[in-house]
Design a protein around this ligand. Structure first.
Ligand SMILES: [Zn+2]
Length: 270
């Protein structure tokens, strides 16, 4: 059994503040990346106990150089750095049996901890074929393109709810409860890690009930930007269409091509 792990940081227990925790300049960034590595390792340990023979962890936050390889579980390999063609899902292919999302956060506009969708400064909303999605949905579609089901999503209670709405079969592990976008009631690291390990074992044992999520082709990504100027810059892309003054869409036959178009639109908007 091969398991792919995409690891973000905003959903890790103890992480609540962008300036302090999730930016490499932050005062507590060093602590946050230790906590992130600890949660990734707990999922790796659960995967080993469930029978995984190969485990790949992809660093999926910001510069994508957050996870501490010197502290990585020896059963895993690490994909680190950016840019990567599939970004938060780099390394996924059809040889994997399951994907797990660790440290994930809810979509922009929800009351989850550090909620955003890809770019907090640019993106208000993203739809795939008119389904409002966050990073969980966007990345579940990439896994789905390769025939891989997402079996477990870990983070706060709000991202767990978002995951369940899109992927009814999915297991969730809630390591913190959001109070506001910048505060939460958090499990201590040892408890969070025990929960993640157990949830991974249960999710992988139930793999036969997991379902692949892939929107039908053609795939349209629609991005509502935070202001009209960003949308105007994005709409310079060939084959992009202006939907309204702040919203631009891009359609492709294939999910990966549509995903890359969406990433390019967000890049151009900056
Ligand atoms: Zn992140």
């Amino acid at each position: 059994m091969k398991v792919f792990i995409s690891c973000d940081i905003e959903g890790v227990s103890g992480v609540v503040d962008a300036a302090l925790h999730t930016s490499p300049e932050g005062r507590d960034y060093g602590r946050a990346r230790e906590l992130m590595t600890g949660e990734a390792n707990a999922v790796v340990e659960g995967a080993v106990k469930a029978g995984a023979t190969e485990i790949v962890v992809n660093d999926a936050h910001g510069p994508m150089t957050n996870l501490l390889i010197e502290k990585l579980h020896p059963a895993a390999t690490l994909i680190t750095g950016s840019p990567k063609p599939l970004s938060m899902m780099e390394g996924i292919d059809s040889s994997f049996d399951a994907a797990v999302f660790v440290g994930y956060h809810s979509r922009m506009g929800t009351p989850g901890v550090l909620s955003h969708t890809i770019s907090g400064g640019r993106v208000a909303n993203v739809w795939i074929n008119d389904i409002l999605v966050g990073e969980t949905g966007i990345n579940a579609g990439l896994a789905g393109h390769f025939g891989v089901p997402v079996v477990l999503v870990c983070g706060d209670d709000v991202v767990a709810q978002e995951a369940k709405e899109l992927l009814p079969h999915v297991h969730t592990a809630v390591v913190k409860h959001a109070i506001t976008r910048n505060s939460a009631k958090c499990l201590p690291p040892d408890k969070a890690r025990a929960l993640l390990e157990q949830a991974t074992i249960e999710a992988l044992k139930g793999l036969d009930k997991a379902k692949v999520w892939l929107p039908p082709s053609p795939v349209t990504f629609k991005i509502q930007f935070k202001d009209a100027g960003q949308a105007e810059y994005a709409a310079r892309m060939p084959y992009a269409e202006m939907v309204d003054p702040t919203t631009v869409s891009f359609t492709a036959e294939d999910y990966v091509a549509a995903f890359k178009g969406m990433r390019a639109l967000i890049g151009l908007a900056g």
